[in-house]
Design a protein around this ligand. Structure first.
Ligand SMILES: *Cc1c(COP(=O)(O)O)cnc(C)c1O
Length: 396
């Protein structure tokens, strides 16, 4: 095969950082001068700012989103003997966080159109041991807060949000991170708000949860060298917090850019619905922050998902699959006792989904180019590449 040149990348972080490079460098320099690298001033400043921006009270910065889930659940007193409901089609960190907290993960299926957790299915998985549900605000779209709160109220469960893909997302008047007892965020570089390395945060309006989280991330110390419980070392670096705080004011505009790009994708892709290309449904209007823009390559499409992805790659367009294997079918977790067929929607989606290039700065002509390349592969009427038409009809 010919050498592949990336013409449209999946994400472009340089584009985001270049215009604010000077202020980012100044923020890093200020920490160097200050020297408070661990639990420094810039960390508490950013914790407060991110909590306020997300409509809640306390922020506790940790080393990663995974730690925000694992330690956050512990801070909410969720652990051994407790069952925690989560969707099967999430990033594996949600599951790993529950296991690390010592609780039993109970997976449930998702909605076929939105890919969000199916609360109806969740109802059927409740037992006397169920303590909490983790809604994952997948791809940047919140699970309905009203439905979540009704659900939690009806069954006396805690809501612990996995908001790792949903910084400043909104729905029904709630911000991501302000719905449940606590919420976990990730600042992995390519997230909507990303650090220059790993990072995460727990948000909560419960001061007991916040205080316990502050101990857990710092060896379980209530004050220096006094350990009231066993914790770990998981702190968001002061340097990372300084960078994130500089980026925070730009986040609303970056999210709006993502929305505009998504709206253009929606519009340009609409004619391809007949050809079996269906975007994941947005039920939250302008509150969706489109961490990812995901389409489904439906059964009715004459092209297989893999074939579409390969042809886009060949055309210089990078795509992703989030995620190719649902949690219950991952080899590491067979001991949970799930098998193929347990979560039909999650399994079907894993075979159909494709994430298109999405990042602030992706231009309107690039979006057009991506859609044109997809149309070229899947459209019945397309004659631009006769060889693909033949392969396509054999596959169909
Ligand atoms: C990124 C992500 C995480 C984990 O965050 P890390 O910072 O990578 O540990 C957890 N859940 C979801 C849904 C994510 O997308």
């Amino acid at each position: 095969m010919n050498k592949m040149i990336i013409r449209i990348p999946f994400v472009d972080l340089k584009l985001q950082h270049q215009p604010i490079q000077t202020q980012l460098q100044q923020a890093i320099h200020a920490v160097l001068e200050q020297g408070d690298f661990i639990l420094g001033q810039a960390l508490s400043d950013f914790e407060g700012a991110f909590a306020v921006a997300s409509g809640t009270e306390y922020g506790v910065g940790v080393a990663s989103g995974t730690d925000a889930i694992a330690l956050g659940l512990q801070a909410c007193n969720i652990g051994a003997g407790d069952e925690v409901i989560l969707p099967a089609n999430t990033f594996i960190a949600t599951l790993i966080g529950v296991l690390r907290a010592g609780a039993k993960p109970v997976l449930v299926d998702c909605d076929s159109q939105t890919a969000l957790i199916d609360l109806e299915a969740a109802t059927k998985s409740i037992t006397p041991k169920t303590k909490a549900i983790i809604p994952v605000h997948l791809y940047g779209q919140m699970v309905s807060p009203r439905q979540l709160l009704d659900f939690a109220d009806a069954y006396k469960l805690l809501v612990f949000e996995d908001a790792a893909q949903a910084h400043l997302a909104e729905r029904e008047g709630f911000h991501a991170g302000s719905v449940g007892i606590a919420a976990a965020f990730s600042f992995y570089p390519s997230k909507n708000l990303g650090a220059f390395g790993d990072g995460g945060m727990l948000l909560t309006r419960d001061s007991d949860v916040a205080q316990k989280m502050v101990r857990l991330r710092n060896y379980g110390a209530s004050q220096k060298y006094y350990h009231t419980e066993s914790g770990t070392n998981s702190r968001l670096d002061t340097m990372q917090a300084a960078v994130l705080h500089q980026k925070l004011p730009y986040l609303p505009q970056w999210n709006r850019d993502r929305l505009t790009i998504a709206q253009q994708y929606d519009m340009e892709l609409a004619p391809l619905a007949n050809a079996g290309i269906i975007p994941i449904q947005n039920q939250s209007d302008t509150g969706h922050v489109y961490h990812l823009y995901v389409i489904r390559v439906d059964d009715t499409c004459r092209t297989e998902r893999q074939q579409l992805q390969e042809k886009l790659t060949a055309a210089g367009i990078q795509t992703g699959i989030h995620y190719p294997i649902p949690c219950h079918l991952q080899p590491a977790f067979t001991s949970l006792g799930y098998q193929q067929g347990d979560f039909p929607q999650a399994e079907k989606l894993s075979k159909q989904i494709l994430s298109l290039p999405m990042y602030p700065g992706l231009s309107s002509s690039q979006v057009k180019e991506v859609v044109a390349a997809i149309a070229d592969v899947v459209s019945i009427g397309s004659h631009s590449d006769p060889s693909s038409a033949v392969v396509g009809s054999i596959a169909a």
